[in-house]
Write a protein of this length. Structure first.
Length: 399
């Protein structure tokens, strides 16, 4: 194992946001009939039922006290109704005039198993700090687990329509629980959550009817993953190789005929649950898997398989329509998972649709770099107060 490859493997642990060892905090493994419900037979919710809270129980975590909930949402794949778990937190004291503004949070990749639902862990699997900051600024905060994490059925990982629905309906769920919550809302998300917040911004006008959307911050968003498959020489870094099986799992929900063996093999096929996991003994084996990968483990089987995967990924790529309000897009210059040029190109296409976007290119940041969060939270807060906007699409510079 070369020193460079070892460094890449270690970087994978941070970059994929899924960890190579046990996460801080012990997941809540309690079973409760109040928070487990099948999703496959739920009728599509009427517009008035979107976000309807079907159960709630106290949640106590790392400096947080709120409610763990189940709420109704809609699959972006087939339009059926789903029940999604999540958490809601309320600032102390009396609501301001007009009600508490609401921020819906898209969490980064945790894993694909039910244990990877943030609402099952006292630290929200790393999201607690962001939530505390937002609550401290006077926002009601809703954190969705996304469809299929913490509830029955598969998790449609990185399917943007479903993720956007889940974020918007989390706002409705928060308003269902908190009578003093405003109709005004914003979104913020990192990595997987960056894609979700971008998708929510695009769905805000139609699916988010009845609410007042003010803006979305998307950090390290996987907006367009179609370049991840190549018909040329092997071109994936170790973090991308470890990410590919999860991407395939997500695509399989929409495309059940997908043949994973056309894209991954070796340690990636022999350790699927290790890669899907987020805590405990399975997660502790991720580094070992990463260190045993070779470039051949992620070479597509044929050019036809490349074309098929690109077609699927292009269909899911953002942008898909004009966003309902301004967006902040943060691009780390040292991102070896979602390459900066992929996201820059997506921003360019969104500008062509007429979006107002502040693009912040942070040359020294890595994927999902926590150093970008304070500035993004400031930007979100500014959307509620009417702070001046920078519009990169109009040629304005961005810090």
């Amino acid at each position: 194992m070369t020193r460079t490859r070892m460094a890449l493997a270690v970087a994978m642990c941070a970059a994929t946001a899924v960890g190579c060892a046990t996460t801080s905090g012990t997941p809540d493994t309690r079973t409760s009939t109040a928070v487990s419900s099948p999703t496959s037979t739920v009728a599509a919710p009427a517009p008035a039922e979107r976000g309807l809270v079907t159960s709630a129980e106290p949640f106590t975590g790392s400096g947080l006290s709120g409610q763990r909930i189940l709420y109704r949402s809609t699959s972006g794949i087939d339009g059926r109704g789903t029940e999604v778990s999540g958490t809601v937190f309320v600032p102390p004291g009396q609501a301001p005039a007009g009600g508490w503004p609401v921020v819906t949070v898209g969490h980064p990749t945790t894993g694909l198993l039910d244990e990877c639902a943030p609402s099952r862990a006292p630290d929200l699997l790393g999201a607690a700090g962001l939530v505390r900051d937002l609550v401290g600024r006077g926002f009601v905060v809703a954190v969705t687990d996304y469809e299929g994490l913490g509830t029955d059925g598969p998790h449609p990982y990185l399917e943007p329509d479903t993720a956007g629905h889940n974020l918007i309906d989390a706002v409705r769920a928060a308003r269902f629980l908190v009578p003093d919550a405003s109709t005004r809302w914003a979104a913020i998300g990192v990595s997987q959550g960056g894609q979700a917040s971008w998708a929510a911004a695009e769905q805000a006008t139609d699916y988010g009817d009845g609410l007042e959307f003010v803006g979305a911050a998307s950090l390290s968003p996987p907006a367009d993953l179609s370049p991840i498959v190549s018909d040329g020489p092997p071109n994936l870094d170790v973090p991308q190789q470890m990410f590919l099986p999860m991407l395939i799992d997500g695509l399989t929900v929409s495309h059940p005929d997908l043949d994973a063996s056309a894209y991954i093999r070796g340690p990636l096929t022999e350790n699927r649950d290790v890669i899907r996991s987020c805590t405990g003994p399975l997660a502790s084996r991720k580094l070992s898997v990463a260190l045993n990968l070779t470039p051949a483990d992620t070479i597509p089987r044929s050019n036809d398989d490349v074309a098929r995967m690109r077609e699927w990924l292009t269909a899911d790529a953002l942008p898909q329509r004009r966003a309902g309000a301004p967006m902040l897009v943060v691009i780390p210059g040292k991102d070896n998972l979602i390459r900066p040029d992929w996201t820059i190109a997506a921003v360019g296409r969104a500008c062509g649709l007429g979006d107002v976007i502040e693009m912040r290119y942070r040359a020294d940041d890595v994927h999902a770099d926590s150093r970008a969060l304070p500035g993004a939270v400031d930007w979100v807060a500014g959307r509620f107060t009417g702070a001046p906007l920078v519009n990169t699409c109009a040629g304005q510079g961005a810090p």
